[in-house]
Write a protein that binds this ligand. Structure first.
Ligand SMILES: [Zn+2]
Length: 121
């Protein structure tokens, strides 16, 4: 019960806080861009089944791999356009949220956590 509240709170409420912290002069634009970054979940459409509540997104879906996350980080650092920074901040926070979800999912299963970490690297 708590996991979906944390998940959707982090996806919808935390970006407003991030917008306030980092893009205060463009607060609502930054919030809109960060919410729009959730389109990254379109990569779930490539999976079968499309939605599986027991599946961890990180390392499974193409735009949720460590390579993709590394690209978002590099783009955040080196692509110094205002909107790209908002987008990359949104994407990286999205990945942090999904990772939190995975850790909550595996918290009672150390073998699952180990398998997840091995799968990532
Ligand atoms: Zn996601």
């Amino acid at each position: 019960m708590l996991q979906p509240v944390i998940h959707y709170g982090l996806h919808f409420i935390a970006p407003l806080g991030l917008s306030f912290l980092f893009f205060r002069e463009n607060l609502w634009k930054a919030y809109a861009v960060m919410l729009a970054s959730m389109i990254v979940d379109a990569d779930h459409l490539l999976a079968s089944p499309v939605f599986d509540p027991g599946r961890c997104s990180i390392g499974y879906h193409p735009l949720h791999t460590l390579y993709a996350i590394g690209a978002y980080l590099l783009l955040l650092i080196f692509w110094k356009k205002k909107y790209s920074r908002m987008l990359m901040t949104g994407l990286l926070f999205h990945m942090a949220t999904d990772m939190t979800d995975c850790l909550l999912m595996f918290q009672d299963c150390s073998a699952c956590s180990e398998a997840f970490i091995k799968h990532l690297f």
